[in-house]
Design a protein around this ligand. Sequence first.
Ligand code: CTP
Length: 397
Amino acid sequence: MLNGKKIILGITGGIAAYKCGHLVRLMVKQGAEVKVILSHSALQFITPQTLSVLSKNEVLTDFFDKNFNWNNHVHLAEWADVVLIAPLTANSLAKMASGACDSILLATYLSARTKTIVAPAMDLDMFQHPSVKKNLETLKSYKNEIIPVETGELASGLVGEGRMAEPENIVSYLNDFFTKNLPLKGKSALVNAGPTYESIDPVRFIGNRSSGKMGIAIAESLVFMGAQVTLVLGPSQVEIKNKTIKVLRVESSEEMYDAMLANYSEKDIVICSAAVADYKAANVSELKIKKKEDNFKLDLIKTKDILLELGKQKKNQCLVGFALETNNLEEYAKQKLKNKNLDLVVANSASDVGSGFSGDTNKITIIDKHNKITNFELKSKQKAASDIVNYIIDFVK
Ligand code: CTP
């Protein structure tokens, strides 16, 4: 995902420029903010209007706009997380290799302290020419990255190497670029969150006040650090903004148990933050229960303890549980850590102001299996989530 990434897309004048509308759309769809700079010759192949609509940003072609305002290429370069030039023609490549600066695109390239990634596109023999090869080597020596050209039919009708990488492949290159150095790259995580609803009859259930916010924030924080995340989510109203999280919706503790067990074995990190009901109705009535007696007794039985079972089946997973207590926080949390065979327990007190189920803040204490106790300040659930994930990163190192 390119969520929140700031990308400058420089387009130079090759026929593959026509694919850049699709490229911009793909990047924006993944959450990137894209600003486009066109070379003058690119204007022959794609219009600034199209790119402006798709990127939802102004498109630049000159150092000055029509009102003679200066387009500050230094600020533009500072703004970007990456400069992507696609397609890159032989002419613009030669200019980049030589340090020429006769356009706002080249000025932005020369000003950029962030990584520049290029996707060359040219015809068969041009691409094979030694000067092109040499210029590409020069860009590499400047620490620019080259997205390999693809093989196929070229604009001339010749068949061979030289096509610009397809927009989907460029986007996947960018995804790898942004995630390759993240600490949880290659790790998979399983998180549960939210309440469970245990049916009593077709219209009633036993539930609790959990919002799911803490677990969702943990899932997002894990993704931010590069992990692949599956979230098993009870009935929560919170919107999951990050589309890379695989969300499995469940309602009852039994469904949550099944989903967690089915997804457990291959995971590296497993975090159980869900407020699973401890009891459910012994018998669920098929029909709505009618109001008859003054006193109504409901027969309850224990639900399955999901975390306890995960602890029993644990192999190499780092298993993290939560403990929400009103009293004896440390003592009870330590008992849960031991009884459920956890690596870490995140304890929080329902009696602390600002902590607990439905609010936006939490005050947590992490206790690990080596008995190390770390207290954190009251903070937003997002920041608490990133404290938990950072702790796990250090713990599994
Ligand atoms: N948990 C679970 N399945 C249950 C009950 C709890 O997986 N049926 C998990 C929770 O997700 C949490 C941890 O166990 O990570 C501790 O939950 P908590 O409600 O604090 O404690 P319980 O084990 O239910 O014990 P008690 O209610 O007596 O404190």
